[in-house]
Design a protein around this ligand. Structure first.
Ligand SMILES: Cc1cc2nc3c(=O)[nH]c(=O)nc-3n(C[C@H](O)[C@H](O)[C@H](O)COP(=O)(O)OP(=O)(O)OC[C@H]3O[C@@H](n4cnc5c(N)ncnc54)[C@H](O)[C@@H]3O)c2cc1C
Length: 465
């Protein structure tokens, strides 16, 4: 198949040097290591069609990959080298962008930060943003239905997509880029492919919704006593303004890790605060004074004893420094040592109780571990991470990991929540998904997968049990 691909697509599209393959066969956290004899790197939708047809003929599975920043090893090939990586990073053109239509059509390999810049250049904005924006791609974001820090106002990737183009497992092209507001021709293939983690086809381009550029933003770092106070603060603000679009919970433990491991970071507030929130409020009205509005609201919140202290970033550099702290938490944890990541959601109102009780329960049952919950409180989504004790053995993941994860997932499920709020299932959560999801849901997934990909060439072993 590799020789056939080289003949059809040219050597530019086929990478076989092990040195060039090696950086892409392990997941971002370095927990899962795969192998692939080659990376296929298509430059166009037609190239993808050729590759998918070859894969069907040779019965060689394909593992689509964007920036390889996913958290569930969905883009990591199996270790036996039986699959080929399909890197979408060469397909990185913005095919069109229009402020009038409020739409951009970006190829799958466009990096999120590049998309942000392109929208900014025409006075618009693509509002989804996440810590991996310098590497993650539009195709990966779509395939994982990524969330991020502005979900509160703009929803997840799904709500920012007007349509998409994809190559289906039989080699046919689904063209849904017209951006039609009304199109009721039955099942939506676009919606099926969003969040499918590369198991139903290869996304080649996406029509993205744009919103007006931000005229000004106020970025606040505030100290709070508890997750409950943080949620009360959010509701307090929401009752008085619709400017809040980001609201992130950061425990002191995460802040300290970032200060320890990430050069150039410093604490935004003096004093000790067991919990912090990072708030972003924006306006697209150039005449509005967002800082004055936020300052007034914070004064009222201080008086209502919802916050213990707060600071508004005095300029863009300081605003970026606050966000850097939030965005670097995973990186700092990785530097600290072994961490089990759980991306869970429970109903928003129950989140403060869940964070406090589940942390206590996990730390009691597994002495020495540190449970640390941070993230998107306003969406009912928290990254509930559990760090190994400093004296833990190097095989802690294998010996304790599964038991701890099962406990966290059981607690989230018992609270009516989800074991995957925004990272997807990939290979890391597949067993847990199968263990805890209602059988009807699993059956429907299997039926859809089999109907569209009967040969099982699209990212087998991921998502679908
Ligand atoms: C520091 C950091 C912070 C993060 N923060 C968040 C966050 O706040 N919210 C969030 O949701 N995620 C977050 N993530 C996870 C990750 O960035 C997202 O899941 C992102 O969408 C992955 O994009 P990618 O291009 O790297 O995809 P990859 O990791 O390459 O792939 C992810 C999945 O999509 C499939 N895929 C990729 N491209 C295609 C394609 N063109 N067609 C079909 N399938 C494809 C892959 O097979 C795989 O299953 C974070 C990651 C990091 C490292």
């Amino acid at each position: 198949m590799i020789a056939d691909a080289e003949r059809k697509l040219g050597s530019k599209a086929v990478i076989t040097d092990p040195k060039d393959i090696e950086p892409w066969v392990s997941d971002w956290r370095g927990r899962v290591h795969g192998a692939s004899p080659a990376i296929l790197a298509p430059g166009s939708t037609q190239d993808v069609v050729e590759i998918v047809k070859l894969a069907a003929t040779h019965r060689v599975p394909l593992v689509p990959q964007g920036g390889n920043t996913g958290m569930v090893a969905g883009a990591t090939p199996p270790a036996d080298g039986s699959a080929l990586l399909l890197s979408m990073r060469r397909m990185n053109r913005i095919r069109s962008i229009s402020a009038d239509d409020r739409l951009a059509v970006a190829e799958a390999g466009v990096v999120l930060a590049t998309m942000h810049e392109a929208a900014h250049d025409i006075g618009m904005r693509f509002p989804l943003t996440i810590g991996s924006r310098g590497s993650c791609t539009i195709g990966g974001l779509t395939s994982t239905n990524a969330g991020g820090t502005q979900v509160l106002k703009f929803g997840m990737m799904r709500s920012l997509i007007a349509g998409l183009e994809a190559v289906l497992p039989d080699g046919s092209v689904h063209s849904g880029l017209s951006g039609l507001k009304k199109d009721n021709r039955g099942y939506s293939l676009d919606q099926l492919l969003i969040g499918a983690e590369g198991t139903l086809g290869v996304i080649t381009a996406v029509a993205l919704r744009l919103v007006p550029a931000v005229a000004a933003r106020a970025v606040v770092w505030a100290g709070v006593d508890s997750p409950q106070k943080a949620l009360e603060l959010l509701r307090f603000l929401e009752a008085r303004t619709n400017a809040v679009e980001g609201f992130e919970l950061v425990p002191d433990d995460s802040l300290q890790l970032v200060l320890k491991h990430i050069p150039g970071t410093r604490p935004p507030l003096g004093g000790d605060h067991p919990w912090n929130v990072l708030i972003e409020a924006t306006t697209d009205d150039p005449a509005a004074d967002i800082n004055a509005e936020v300052e007034r609201l914070l004064a009222a919140a201080l008086e209502a004893k919802l916050i213990s202290d707060a600071v508004i970033a005095s300029n863009e550099a300081q605003a970026e420094a606050f966000w850097r702290i939030r965005d670097a938490i995973s990186e700092a944890e990785r530097a600290e040592g072994q961490t089990l990541a759980h991306d869970i959601s429970v109903p928003v109102a129950d989140m403060p109780r869940f964070i406090v009780e589940a942390s206590k329960d996990v730390e009691a049952r597994f002495p020495g571990v540190i449970a640390s919950a941070f993230g998107h409180l306003g969406d009912g989504n928290v990254h509930f991470h559990v760090r190994a004790a400093s004296h833990a053995s190097p095989d802690w993941y294998e010996t304790e990991g599964e038991k701890i994860t099962q406990m966290v997932d059981d607690l989230a499920t018992a609270a009516g929540g989800s074991i995957s709020a925004e990272h997807g299932i990939g290979q890391l959560k597949r067993d847990e998904f199968e263990r805890l999801a209602p059988p009807g849901r699993i059956h429907a997934l299997q039926a859809i997968k089999h109907a569209l990909d009967p040969e099982g060439i699209m990212n087998p072993g991921k998502l679908v049990p």
